[in-house]
Write a protein that binds this ligand. Structure first.
Ligand code: SF4
Length: 438
């Protein structure tokens, strides 16, 4: 009778890839995955730990599992990922309910941890966060039609507000042949859309090959039969060169959707946050991308209330949003993270940071509505992701929608999961499009 385990995956897409690798290793070792930790022999909680909100979410999950364990309804608790990595010296002491901890360099040891916990032992594994990226197969958890493809690990940018370089280590590209091999394997399993991720994908290859190699990588992925969409996330604004822009513009498989986190636009704030480039560099880049890539959808992330942001700097950010009319924007209130330079800098309080974040989202809402309304009367190519029993409609995403963070397209007609469907858009409502399959 095999031991059962449940897996709770928290945090970003990069962390989800690690969860998928642990699913593969546990399956290979004969452990049975169950949907509910209640009654399981083990639970693995793959955590995020880069900001307070994420840390609280992870700790809430751990304490909830500890209650199950105390009630005899769960055998053991394994905590992996960024939270134990960040607090490796104190986590087992502060949370004695935990049976084993695995750092970001030791996901490959998950089975050792599971076996140890089943045998009633405690275990800690922290192999460091800057050794070459482990090439571990994975069980894709995002459905039959799309998957993340993580091409590198760590970050060398050291933005002053960010704890990730201290948790995930130095930037390390995966070898291009390994990435291509994985993309081929995904295509052979029917994956149509590949979402390329890392902390900063524009830096891909600079460590291994001494030059930016994202354009080359995208060109090679596009040669793989079965791959129809290549979506690029986490592009650093000052790392765009002509080669990359030309590849994005000319490669039909690269969806004309670019996620370029800029965090702010004011020069003094950018400098203080150790962000490279100026506000004018960002404006020029966005103009150039829109000129070169028709119907481009831009996504960005902004942080409100950063150190150095007074009323004038905040107003400049508001004006920028009004001007740039960015289609997709995520806004976060500044969270001073211990151990980062920004945490010891003067800054507005949490309420003020949240108030500013709300203002930016209010500013952005009509811009995103106008963007969606403009699709009415057009026919869009949609990756069908399933059928919604409640609305009795199929649903999916167009090139303008990245999973979990953007909108969806609901449509009538006939389709199957994983199929690309031409949908005539008849209505737009609150970021959701409605139409009929052609
Ligand atoms: S680019 Fe900056 S914000 Fe992003 S992970 Fe690296 S240090 Fe953090």
């Amino acid at each position: 009778m095999s031991n059962t385990y449940a897996l709770i995956s928290l945090g970003c897409a990069k962390n989800l890839v690690n969860s998928e690798q642990m699913l593969y290793l546990m399956d290979e070792a004969g452990f049975e995955l169950v949907p509910d930790p209640d009654g399981a022999d083990l639970v693995i909680i793959n955590t995020c730990g880069f900001i307070d909100a994420a840390k609280s979410e992870a700790i809430d999950n751990i304490l909830e599992m500890a209650e199950l364990k105390k009630a005899g309804r769960l055998g053991g608790i394994i905590v992996t990922g960024c939270l134990p990595e960040r607090y490796k010296d104190s986590i087992m002491e502060e949370l004695p309910e935990i049976d084993a901890v695995i750092g970001v360099g030791s996901f490959g040891d998950i089975v050792d941890a599971a076996v140890a916990v089943i045998d009633g032992e405690k275990l800690s594994r922290f192999a460091g966060n800057s050794q070459p990226v482990d090439e571990i197969p994975r069980i894709v958890s995002t459905g039959p039609s799309w998957a993340y493809l993580r091409i590198a690990e760590g970050c060398n940018n050291f933005c002053a507000f960010c704890s990730i370089p201290y948790i995930r280590g130095r930037f390390r590209s995966r070898a291009i042949e390994n990435v291509i091999e994985e993309a081929k394997d995904l295509a052979e399993h029917g994956i149509k859309e590949i979402i390329v991720i890392a902390q900063d994908i524009t830096r891909y290859g600079t460590d291994l090959y001494g030059k930016r190699s994202l354009a080359k990588l995208c060109h090679e992925i596009a040669q793989i039969p079965g791959i129809e969409w290549i979506r690029l996330h986490y592009l650093y604004p000052d790392q765009f060169d002509d080669e990359l822009i030309d590849e994005i513009a000319s490669n039909d498989k690269i969806v004309k959707y670019l996620d370029i986190p800029i965090q702010h636009i004011n020069n003094a704030v950018l400098k203080k946050m150790n962000r490279r480039g100026t506000g004018d560099d960002i404006r020029a880049l966005f103009r150039r991308l829109r000129e070169k890539i028709p119907s481009l959808v831009l996504r960005t992330s902004l942080i409100a209330g950063l150190p150095g942001e007074g009323e004038a700097e905040f107003e400049e950010l508001c004006d920028f949003l009004r001007e740039a009319r960015i289609e997709r924007v995520g806004v976060f209130p500044f969270s001073p993270e211990e151990g980062t330079p920004a945490a010891s800098m003067e800054h507005v309080d949490a309420d003020e940071a949240q108030r500013r974040a709300d203002i930016l989202m209010e500013l952005q809402a009509p811009i995103m509505d106008d963007f969606c309304n403009a699709f009415v009367g057009q026919t869009l190519r949609v990756l069908c992701e399933g059928f919604d029993k409640e609305s009795e409609m199929y649903y999916g995403r167009s090139y303008a929608d990245s999973p979990d963070i953007d909108g969806q397209v609901f449509f009538t007609g006939d389709a199957s999961e994983g199929e690309m469907v031409e949908v005539y858009i008849e209505e737009a409502d609150d970021g959701i499009l409605y139409g009929t399959a052609q």
